[in-house]
Write a protein that binds this ligand. Structure first.
Ligand code: NAD
Length: 331
């Protein structure tokens, strides 16, 4: 297998690349991975092995069609993670979200089509559905994204579907719930709270903390992406959930507990504009069709994640405060 992974220096993409190279999805001696990543503030070359003959790292922009046309020949598959991914940033400045997430996805699909790549997975998010007070979304629910981030991802999903429907490109879409795990940028909720507590700082909870999310360990997400890559059907969308749903307050209490802190460290802050109340996926399609089931229980995954941040201060301090990392991957 020769796979091009866009955004492979980010949180989820780098976990996917490390898993492929480690043989987590099958024999890996003959695997070749090309990572295409722009190394924005969210990308970190140190998230990937420093030297591995099976890995080629290319710093570049997924919007650069000519670069993609030069790079793609010879690859059988593409897994597309590259995106601007932080909702709060999309509220401040949405243009880069539209550029990378919409135009970048279109450029990648166009290049895959022109160079005859056999299989593409476009990695999307549950946020495209909007917010749901009760019940759970199946893949047939309408797209009602609320933030500019979610709207840019919904747009890219529709472009991906159009390349399948119009041109017959072999592309599938995954829509996953909130991920957590090692190497996640400290701007995101769990690493932000954990690293704040490790620094003796309070944790900022939006509004009254009633917002509910479904949390999935990054390792389960990546396994689902690979299942869809190898066994999913063209033109299909697969929700990837966990069934592990928690309010932000419940989550905050668990993090405080794991870090040996108490509720005196909580600071309630003004709610995020347009904050979606609840996300919940019905992922029976991927479970029944591809045999997917998450393996990591939330309490175990959270404890392991907290331990990883405790053990790797060099990694997150360099990312959070722009300090040089002295230990490479921080392991
Ligand atoms: P991330 O922000 O950690 O990583 C994104 C990566 O993309 C970075 O390495 C960055 O340098 C790269 N990138 C950004 N713009 C680029 C460009 N123009 N060209 C090339 N590379 C570029 O994001 P993540 O959390 O790893 O998310 C990966 C994907 O999974 C995204 O598509 C996101 O929408 C989706 N997703 C994330 C979650 C989550 O909870 N984090 C949940 C569901 C879906």
């Amino acid at each position: 297998m020769k796979v091009l992974v866009t955004g492979g220096a980010g949180f989820i993409g780098s976990h996917y690349v490390r898993s492929v190279l480690a043989g987590a999805y099958g024999p890996a001696e003959d695997v070749l991975v090309t990572v295409l990543d722009k190394l924005t503030y969210a990308g970190n070359r140190a998230n990937l092995p420093a030297a591995d003959d099976r890995l080629r790292f290319v710093r570049g922009d997924v919007c650069d069609l000519q670069l993609l046309l030069d790079l793609l020949p010879g690859h059988d598959t593409v897994v597309h993670f590259a995106a601007e991914s932080h909702v709060d940033r999309s509220l401040e400045s949405a243009a880069e979200f539209v550029r990378t997430n919409v135009l970048g996805t279109q450029a990648l699909l166009e290049a895959a089509l022109r160079t005859g790549v056999g299989r593409v997975v476009h990695v999307s998010t549950d946020e495209v559905y909007g917010s749901i007070d009760e019940g759970a979304w199946t893949e047939g629910f309408p797209l009602l994204p609320n933030s500019p981030y979610a709207a840019s991802k919904a747009s890219s999903d529709l472009i991906a579907r159009s390349y399948w429907r119009t041109h017959g490109l072999n592309v599938s879409i995954t829509r996953c719930s909130n991920n957590y795990g090692p190497y996640q940028h400290p701007e995101k909720l769990i690493p932000r709270f954990v690293t704040n507590l490790l620094e003796g700082k309070p944790v900022p909870v939006y509004g009254d903390g009633a917002n509910r999310r479904e949390w999935l360990h990054v390792d389960d997400h990546c396994r689902a992406v690979h299942l869809v890559l190898t066994r999913g059907r063209a033109g299909e969308i697969y929700n990837v959930g966990s069934g592990s749903e928690h309010t932000n307050m419940e989550l905050t209490e668990r993090i405080l507990d794991s870090c040996g802190a108490d509720s005196s460290m909580i600071r309630f802050v003004a709610d995020r504009k347009g904050h979606d109340l609840r996300y919940c996926l019905d992922d029976s399609k991927i479970r029944e069709e591809l045999g997917y089931a998450p393996r990591i229980a939330f309490d175990d995954g959270l404890a392991e994640t907290v331990a990883w941040y405790r053990d790797n201060p060099n990694w997150w301090k360099s990312v959070k405060h722009g300090l040089p990392s002295t230990t490479g991957r921080g392991e």
